[in-house]
Ligand binder design. Structure first.
Ligand SMILES: Nc1ncnc2c1ncn2[C@@H]1O[C@H](COP(=O)(O)OP(=O)(O)OP(=O)(O)O)[C@@H](O)[C@H]1O
Length: 233
């Protein structure tokens, strides 16, 4: 069955003295296709670890992540590449996704070339449409990304992830470090795009009010466990 299913997930790390401690305990979570699920909670409670495990960047100690019926930790490298093309991710630190030397235009175009069959003119059309949608000045298209502000880089990585119309999207603290206006504009963009394209989304954020506003379901984590699960009002 399609969707992301997380079952009885456990993860331990060792501290600087080598003693093991539990980061995630018995996490169960389901994201149906088209559903926007937010995970919020205090710092250090395991939210980013959960995101990395969902993306297959890290392996759990026990438990399962099943994406569209396939168990992620058990994928072979060739299957993993196919899996990664279904799921896009944006992190607070955009360094891993954006190439600082490439222009804004080429950063987005690179993703479109790799992950879609769009022609050159279709790519240009989509990039221009998205620039207006995220409220970025088209003059920035030629600028190397390293010259953008933090907020602009974050918007650009979201734009890049959305441009390929992913089936699933994992967003880890994409609002962190942004001022209130930028936070609301990124949230508004996400909400509008989600309504239009209905991708399954795991949004990890400290912005509780924003999470309740735009999500189908909000989970609150505490000490590596899901302490509360609520439906957005
Ligand atoms: N590779 C690692 N090795 C050891 N400990 C780690 C590792 N990665 C994370 N941790 C620890 O695991 C705990 C959970 O970290 P995680 O980043 O998942 O929390 P978080 O809820 O996302 O926090 P924040 O909201 O501050 O980003 C923290 O105590 C962190 O220091």
């Amino acid at each position: 069955m399609d969707g992301i299913r997380i079952e009885r997930l456990n993860k331990n790390y060792s501290d600087h003295k080598g003693a093991m401690f539990s980061v995630l305990s018995d996490i169960n979570l389901k994201i149906s296709p088209g559903q926007l699920v937010s995970v919020t909670g205090e710092s250090g409670t395991g939210k980013s670890t959960l995101a990395r495990i969902v993306l297959g960047i890290e392996k759990p100690d026990s438990g399962k992540v099943v994406l569209d019926g396939r168990s992620v930790p058990e994928l072979k490298p060739s299957e993993y590449r196919q899996f990664r093309s279904k799921i896009q991710a944006v992190f607070q630190d955009t360094g891993g996704t954006l190439n600082p030397k490439l222009s804004v235009y080429h950063n987005v175009e690179e993703a479109l070339v790799n992950l879609t069959g769009l022609s050159k003119s279709e790519r240009k059309k989509r990039i221009f449409e998205l620039m207006s949608l995220v409220g970025m000045d088209k003059k920035l298209l030629k600028v190397p990304t390293k010259q953008l502000s933090g907020g602009e880089q974050r918007r650009l990585s979201l734009l890049r992830a959305l441009s390929v119309h992913p089936k699933y999207l994992v967003l880890d603290e994409v609002l962190g470090g942004l001022d209130l206006i930028s936070q609301n504009s990124v949230l508004g963009l996400l909400e509008a795009y989600h309504k239009e394209y209905r991708f399954g989304c795991l949004l990890i954020t400290h912005h509780k009010a924003g999470a309740y506003r735009i999500s189908d379901k909000v989970l609150v984590m505490k000490n590596g466990r899901i302490a509360r699960e609520g439906v957005a009002q």
